[in-house]
Design a protein around this ligand. Structure first.
Ligand SMILES: NC(=O)C1=CN([C@@H]2O[C@H](COP(=O)(O)OP(=O)(O)OC[C@H]3O[C@@H](n4cnc5c(N)ncnc54)[C@H](O)[C@@H]3O)[C@@H](O)[C@H]2O)C=CC1
Ligand SMILES: O=C(O)[C@@H]1CCC=N1
Length: 276
């Protein structure tokens, strides 16, 4: 990805955790801090962002937005409607590309509050974006041009992998697999460490071995171009060995059904939240 795909100027509306991780990624990928503006009402948040990243900061959303051709909406979903309402005049003036990372807010609702004139891309990143290993699903409205799509992709790619989806309703499935997904892995880490401790290992040892196993397995999966997850699983599983005993226990307890039900619950909750 070359620098030319980055927007000439970018305004973050909200300077919290996700904004911070995206800004860190943009700087690492060559976007200069002085092309980035951040709005946040919290004075200490603004001061920290200016010190850490050399970005321009503003107390109100409209002040930051007026400075940029591309805006990234990074406030909590609960305040998104009122923040968008406050940006209506700036939309009319700048006709911006707007990228939303808010969970569960449909594009139509963003358009309703921003008013006409914004080209909107809805995305769903996840928290590993904090270390540049995010996975982001993206959906663009019909009126988003190819160059605006490329700009939105460049911004989100600075935090990791990007996948476009063709149908906005699938954003709830994206949320179910990758948006919420890091929490499932952390739950597995907790459960493995607890189980290892109950089998007699000291707590610290159990946690260290469980966490490093997840890290190593994830790296192996990502770096194995010749083998998918099922193949890698089979390579660990000696006939009649210990892994086979564990996998059979998982299958008896309907592990895949458990995962299917969990992702379906997340997807359904996404639909409910979007309906308000
Ligand atoms: N945490 C997660 O796993 C994921 C979060 N998201 C989305 O990212 C968005 C941001 O989440 P976080 O960074 O975790 O939240 P956060 O609470 O860390 O950051 C939000 C920031 O917005 C600021 N803010 C509040 N009102 C404002 C206003 N009127 N104008 C400008 N800034 C204002 C707050 O001071 C705060 O610094 C949310 O919409 C969330 O749905 C998306 C994917 C994953
Ligand atoms: O739990 C949530 O609702 C948000 C969306 C994806 C991650 N956190």
């Amino acid at each position: 990805m070359t620098d030319t795909a980055f927007p000439a100027s970018l305004a973050f509306i909200g300077g919290g955790n996700m904004a911070r991780s995206l800004i860190g990624g943009l700087l690492k990928n060559g976007m200069p801090g002085d092309r980035i503006h951040v709005a946040d009402p919290n004075e200490s948040t603004r001061a920290a962002l200016a010190t850490d990243f050399g970005v321009h900061t503003h107390a109100t959303a409209a002040d930051a937005a007026l400075q940029a051709e591309c805006w990234l909406l990074a406030v909590k979903p609960q305040v998104m409607d009122s923040v968008c309402d406050s940006l209506r005049d700036a939309v009319a003036q700048r006709q911006p590309l707007v990228i939303s990372i808010a969970a569960g807010i449909p594009l139509q609702r963003l358009r309703q509050h921003l008013g006409e004139g914004a080209a909107i891309v809805r995305t769903m990143p996840n928290t590993p974006a904090l270390i540049g290993l995010g996975a982001t699903g993206m959906f663009a409205a019909d009126d988003v041009s190819a160059s605006q799509r490329a700009q939105a992709q460049a911004v989100m790619q600075s935090a990791g992998l990007v996948e476009w989806i063709a149908d906005e309703s699938l954003m709830d499935a994206v949320t179910a697999v990758s948006g919420s997904g890091p929490a499932y892995v952390f739950l597995l880490a907790e459960a493995m460490a607890d189980a290892a401790q109950s089998l007699g290992l000291p707590r610290e040892t159990a946690i260290a071995l469980a966490n490093q196993t997840l890290l190593g397995a994830a790296h192996l999966l990502s770096e194995s171009t010749d083998a998918d997850a099922a193949t890698l699983r089979q390579r660990v599983t000696s006939p009649n060995g210990t892994t086979q005993a564990a996998i059979e226990s998982f299958e008896r307890d309907a592990f895949r059904d458990i995962v299917q039900r969990a992702l379906t619950a997340a997807r359904d909750r996404g639909i409910e939240l979007a309906a308000g």
